[in-house]
Design a protein around this ligand. Structure first.
Ligand SMILES: [Mn+2]
Length: 371
């Protein structure tokens, strides 16, 4: 029986820009969660840790971060094997030239494709040496001649996934083809197992240990993999390591009360200090519900680690235009009417969006100035 933890895509040194005051926390937590992996492995008595690429955001990250990661891994009580990914490829001057990687004999950066024979398994590493490639990183990997459990370590884009850049295509049957019992892959940030033609999962993205952005389906985990013997079905368990939750709430507003209900929903979210929330509203924007909207935004931005409210997809409620008639006769009212027309009938989405925002601003101005 072999048991190991598979993880990838730590993206240490990631800027987490655009999150305001929360950015630093988001950066710090990524390091803390590496500690959590080491602890979790200790609790579970795991003696093998496989890390398949993009440990660092890029090869230019602050060297103090490289040392911190190296030292945290030195506290893992078994063997650690790392294959560089496309964010941190093995290039001259890379993070892998830092002396910390030579300081602990049980922490190994795998720099070539030579198989590593351990007591009860063989590792087949596929370290990346450049950022982009159209080459299958597993080409020429052949584990068919071993009697031990065969584990591949690779980084790339499983065929069929969106691929904006040439990101090392990995065939969906790569593990079977190479004769591997399990292929540990990195690059995509959510846990994704792949079944072979025999219906058995022998390859998976572990996903990142700590969510990197909104919209990730199932990130913030590592995988605990157990394989009884050569050819046995791998037992794969996803274990939570992420400290922060990134929630996206897409809600459609049909009446003014819906906003108040959403505020209540927000208040019921547990552990808000460790929660980043993005709310995207569509439906109708009631000018008279401006106060509820502000309250919602206030709860969002003060209660949570980070909050963001998007009303870009909303349109002004049609029956809710009496306030325009309350504006003083003249240029202001005429403008409001023109803007309102544009908000509904603007020639394109961008025009309607800008007009909706302008209308909201104008409404706010009216309320404040009691025009
Ligand atoms: Mn990658």
């Amino acid at each position: 029986m072999i048991r190991f933890v598979h993880t990838a895509d730590w993206q240490i040194g990631m800027k987490a820009a655009g999150l305001g005051d929360a950015s630093q926390r988001v950066r710090d937590v990524r390091l803390d969660s590496v500690e959590r992996i080491v602890e979790l492995a200790r609790e579970r008595d795991i003696e093998l840790l496989l890390i398949t690429g993009d440990v660092f955001e890029d090869n230019a990250v602050d060297r103090s971060l490289v040392r911190k990661v190296g030292e945290t891994l030195s506290r893992f009580r078994g063997q650690v094997f790392i294959t560089p990914g496309n964010h941190d490829p093995l290039t001259p001057g890379s993070v892998w030239e830092h002396p910390v990687w030579e300081e602990n004999s049980h922490v190994h950066v795998l720099r070539d494709r030579r198989p590593i024979e351990l007591e009860n398994c063989v590792l087949y590493p596929c370290p990346l040496k450049e950022k982009y490639s159209t080459r299958n990183p597993l080409s020429s990997i052949d584990a068919s001649d071993t009697h031990k459990v065969a584990i591949g370590l690779a980084h790339g884009n499983v065929e069929g996934l969106p691929d904006a850049e040439p990101d090392y295509p990995i065939p969906v049957d790569a593990a079977q083809k190479a004769g591997l019992d399990f292929l540990a892959i990195g690059h995509w940030h959510s846990f994704s197992p792949y079944k072979g033609s025999d219906g058995i999962v022998r390859m998976a993205y572990s996903g990142t240990h700590e969510t990197t952005k909104f919209g990730e389906r199932d990130s913030g985990n590592v995988l605990l993999v157990k394989i009884a013997e050569r050819g046995a079905v791998p037992q794969i368990e996803s274990l939570r390591t992420g400290a922060l939750k990134w929630l996206t709430l897409d809600r459609s507003i049909a009446q003014a009360d819906d906003l108040a209900r959403l505020s209540s929903e927000l208040k019921a979210i547990e552990d808000p200090g460790n929660c980043l929330v993005r709310i995207r509203l569509d439906g109708l924007l009631f000018m008279s519900a401006r106060a509820e909207l502000e309250l919602l935004n206030e709860i969002l931005t003060t209660r949570f680690l980070y909050g963001f409210l998007s009303i870009e997809r909303m349109t002004p409620a049609p029956e809710d235009d009496s306030w325009i008639e309350e504006l003083p006769v003249g240029v202001l009212r005429e403008s409001a009417e023109t803007i309102r027309q544009q908000a509904f009938n603007g020639s394109d989405e961008q025009t309607r969006l800008v007009a909706t925002r302008a209308l909201l601003e104008l409404f706010e101005l009216k309320e404040k100035a009691a025009l």
